[in-house]
Write a protein that binds this ligand. Structure first.
Ligand code: ZN
Length: 454
């Protein structure tokens, strides 16, 4: 499709390296890429061009979600007062009953919610593969294609069951050799290294308390041989820190370093409980962090030292985390949460509205290894664009459009383009019927709870 699109009349926050913004600007898109962005009207466009009236709106890069567990959309609202370990122990036996139909409904619901919250690219960390059901990673790759977002699924894994000292029940851990074979197979089938890719795969053992050291080390070797990225959970809670001290004799970051897991091809979810020395290590190695403020708040895990990490030079993106620990699942909410929790911890100067937007865009793109293609609005980059309406009651009268977006009421996006294709238009998801998606996940959530032990 070579049709051009012109967007005019909107404020633009490009989130480029210079922080360029336009009060009343234009974007021109051709063949799925941005060819021009600037102040005023677009240069003369050929007849037949698609025009989007941006008046009253702010254009930003499409948001990049760096941590999620889509299947958890089927288990929202459970274990409401639990710590992470209590929450996991309650939910693992339920998750053991996830099948293809539940995965499809949950992934579609989670991805629809993300798209409506302005997220054009998302990762997913899928680590529950019950025996005897279909290929759940393939199901979510198809779900992402149906919703139309750029997708970085992580082939997750667990191989340390309770009988070996891990947290998950033995029934939902896999054999290490089977995991490594399935990981290699997932990369062969779904990973697209070419420019503009809609699907890229990463490898992602789940956490220190559900994965053996051997699997961690061998997964890192495999990912580097295949040229894909690495992801896991780290330093989310003090319970995890205690687990690492007891089992491995070191803190979580030292544990990862010993296994070859710090580097600019790695991004880690949470990193709440890390020391000043560890923050410096993240900066020096370029190790990325997926900050999940709502999930950390919901589970009472603590507040990640985001300002210190970014000062150290570490890429810090935002993640909604699984919807079982963040029922909203909306990335626009996390932008505001990131700013608010940073300020609770560090005072009002701890994070600006523009810094919060950069976490959700260019720094998220760095975490996923896509900063050359997404995360900012610049000529040559992919046309992943979010248009936010700022002239309604919620935001009208706020002179600074970035402040309106970040400090104001989190909202659904008006228009979301992914590679120039409209996934959301006039606030409506164009790629799926949201009422059908909602009815489907309601039915499948109920079915899952009926299948699971009481
Ligand atoms: Zn997570």
């Amino acid at each position: 499709m070579s049709a051009a699109t012109v967007i005019e009349g909107c404020a633009i926050a490009t989130v480029d390296a210079a922080g360029t913004e336009h009060r009343d600007g234009h974007l021109v898109i051709e063949d799925g890429r941005i060819v021009a962005v600037g102040e005023g009207l677009a240069p003369a466009a050929p007849p037949g061009v698609r025009r989007i009236d941006g008046r009253g709106m702010l254009a930003t890069p499409g948001l990049v979600n760096c941590h999620h567990h889509l299947y958890q959309w089927a288990t929202r609202g459970l274990a409401q007062q639990a710590t992470l370990f209590e929450w996991l122990v309650e939910l693992y036996p339920v998750w053991a009953h996830v099948d293809d139909e539940i995965e499809w409904a949950a992934a579609r619901a989670g991805l629809a919610a993300l798209a409506r919250s302005g997220s054009s690219t998302t990762t997913d960390h899928h680590y529950v593969f019950p025996a005897g059901v279909g290929d759940l990673l393939e199901v979510e790759v198809k779900a992402a294609a149906s919703i139309g977002v750029r997708f970085h699924p992580c082939r997750g894994s667990m191989d340390l069951g309770r009988s070996d000292g891990g947290l998950p029940p033995d029934e939902i851990v896999e054999d290490r050799d089977a995991i490594l074979a399935a990981s290699e197979d997932a990369v062969a089938r779904f990973h697209d290294p070419s420019p503009g890719a809609m699907v890229r795969v990463a490898l992602a053992p789940c956490s220190p308390f559900s994965v053996t050291s051997e699997l961690m080390a061998e997964t890192a070797q495999l990912a580097r041989r295949l040229g894909v990225r690495l992801h896991t959970h780290l330093a989310e809670t003090l319970d995890e820190e205690e687990f690492c001290r007891e089992r491995f004799g070191v803190r979580p970051v030292q544990y990862l370093e010993d296994l070859g897991w710090l580097g600019d091809d790695v991004w880690l979810a949470h990193c709440v409980h890390i020391s000043d020395d560890e923050i410096a290590q993240f900066g020096a190695t370029g190790t990325g962090v997926a900050h999940c403020p709502s999930s950390n708040a919901r589970l009472g895990a603590g507040i990640a030292p985001v300002a210190a990490l970014t000062r150290a030079g570490a890429p810090v993106g935002l993640g909604v985390d699984g919807a079982a620990s963040n029922e909203s699942g909306a990335l626009s909410v996390e932008v505001r949460e990131a700013l608010l929790v940073a300020r609770i911890a560090g005072g009002p100067a701890a994070m600006t509205a523009r810094e919060a937007l950069a976490l959700a865009t260019i720094h998220g793109a760095r975490c996923l290894g896509r900063a050359d293609e997404i995360g900012s609005l610049e000529a040559g980059k992919l046309a992943d664009v979010a248009l936010w309406r700022l002239d309604s009651l919620d935001h009208a009268g706020i002179e600074d459009p970035v402040a309106a977006l970040v400090l104001g009421r989190p909202q659904a996006v008006d228009t979301l383009l992914v590679g120039g294709r409209a996934v959301v238009e006039s606030g409506e998801l164009r790629t799926a019927d949201v009422e059908t998606v909602a009815a489907d996940i309601a039915r499948q959530s109920r079915r899952l709870l009926e299948r699971a032990p009481a």
